[in-house]
Design a protein around this ligand. Structure first.
Ligand SMILES: Nc1ncnc2c1ncn2[C@@H]1O[C@H](COP(=O)(O)OP(=O)(O)OP(=O)(O)O)[C@@H](O)[C@H]1O
Ligand SMILES: [Mg+2]
Length: 396
């Protein structure tokens, strides 16, 4: 199964582009699912599906046309389905602090639950080989970065914190429950966490395999958006995801060269040139601003024709180079992390257990080292042409 992730700043056109990609894929003959991970869903609206304002129908897989289905992950439903123990526990704790049932239930939605639920679906569809391509319409960048980071964060939690917490609680629960102001989590809580973890097991490998997962960044040719796109690119690389296309949406047509929109047209052309230079060799594709909203199947098809020329296969694998690699050199080992746009002072680096921790600004990634390198420590790092090269040697 191929996984195509569409990410980008709020309002740039992620949902429209994801929908258009789904339409193209289905036309080629792939069994395609377009899934919305954004809690503020608009996928059904984009396809102009007759539904009530707060539709529930698309929280089940809904067939749009042969070979094309959509799904909007509904978090309240997912909680009932998968998170019962966890949310029951948290709701219980929150109630003791004086919140009523409904408030407590709403507060018990932890950040990241939507993302995790979506991952479970992706994993399930892959196991069942139900779809050939899964197109993910992500939430605006900040939240979708959390989505990307989820498997590694959770993996880290399960390895380092979970066993400890569980062990400690086993020992202290009998006494603690008598003195603690809140009930401590029960064994079933831990069983639930474990079970959830099993459901997303393996997803990190899928996401880091460029033959399976591609990230496509949607952007507009405006300064603020361009910067966020660069940050997203770095973050994706840091998490081992391969960005294989940048889509610049809403480019003004040549007619706008004169008159009222002239200034806009000029600055767009300038940022477009910048984008192409920044992201090379990753291809930058442009989409014009249409005379109307991209609403309903025929407009989505039109966008799809422009985007894929009526001939391209959006599921084709174009880049197979991983964002980071481990190599052996004459004198030792090196870790190469593809980090365009990062400046020297911004990169922090240290070793923790058998993991290499790379920090860029406020982003952090634990990179699990292969066994042959686990005992090594970083001795030197340099940024060279957008690649962070970390030299690793035996600890003295
Ligand atoms: N090329 C285009 N020409 C004209 N209208 C467009 C174009 N691309 C997107 N739109 C319109 O812009 C609006 C926002 O697009 P869309 O919902 O796809 O963005 P989004 O990135 O998914 O937003 P959000 O971050 O809110 O999820 C929609 O009304 C859509 O129809
Ligand atoms: Mg959207």
């Amino acid at each position: 199964m191929r996984i195509l992730l569409f990410s980008g700043k709020g309002g740039v056109g992620k949902t429209s582009v994801a929908a258009a990609t789904g339409v193209r894929l289905a036309a080629i003959g792939y069994r395609t699912l377009v899934m919305s991970v954004d809690p503020a869903h608009s996928l059904a609206d984009c396809f102009d599906i007759e539904a009530s304002l707060f539709h529930g129908r698309t929280s089940e897989i809904l067939s749009i046309q042969p070979g094309l289905s959509i799904l909007e992950v509904n978090i309240q439903r997912e909680i009932r389905r998968h998170w019962r123990e966890i949310s029951t526990y948290i709701t219980g704790v929150l109630r003791t602090s004086g919140l009523n049932e409904v408030e407590a239930e709403e507060m018990a939605i932890l950040p990241g639950m939507e993302e995790l639920s979506a991952m479970m679906y992706v994993n399930q569809f892959r196991r069942e080989s139900r779809f050939d391509v899964c197109v993910l319409d992500c939430a605006p960048t900040a939240e979708s970065l959390r989505f990307i980071a989820m498997p590694t964060t959770l993996d880290w939690y399960m390895k380092h914190i979970f066993p400890m917490q569980r062990g400690i609680l086993k020992a202290v629960r009998p006494i603690a429950n008598r003195v603690s102001p809140v009930e401590l989590p029960s064994d079933s809580y831990f069983a639930n966490v474990k079970e959830l973890f099993n459901k997303i097991e393996g997803i990190d490998e899928l996401m880091e395999d460029p033959r399976t997962t591609s990230v496509r960044l949607v952007t507009n040719a405006e300064k603020m958006v361009v910067r966020e796109t660069q940050r997203a690119f770095v973050y994706m690389s840091l998490h081992g995801l391969t960005v294989d296309q940048v889509i610049v949406n809403r480019i003004l047509p040549p007619e706008a060269r004169e008159g009222y929109f002239r200034g806009w047209h000029e600055s767009q052309q300038r940022f477009l040139a910048e984008l192409e230079a920044y992201f090379a060799p990753v291809p930058v594709t442009t989409v014009p601003l249409f005379p109307a909203e991209v609403l309903g199947l025929s407009r989505i098809e039109e966008l799809s024709r422009v985007l894929y020329n009526g001939s391209q296969d959006p599921a084709a694998v174009s880049r197979t180079e991983r964002p980071y690699t481990f190599t052996r050199t004459g004198s030792g080992h090196e870790v190469h992390v593809h980090l365009p746009f990062a400046a020297k002072g911004e990169v922090g680096l240290f070793k923790k257990g058998d993991e290499l921790v790379v920090e860029i600004g406020t982003m952090r990634r634990h990179i699990g080292l292969p066994i042959s390198m686990a005992a090594l420590t970083p001795v030197r790092a340099r940024l060279n042409g957008g690649i962070l090269i970390v030299e690793m040697q035996e600890a003295k």
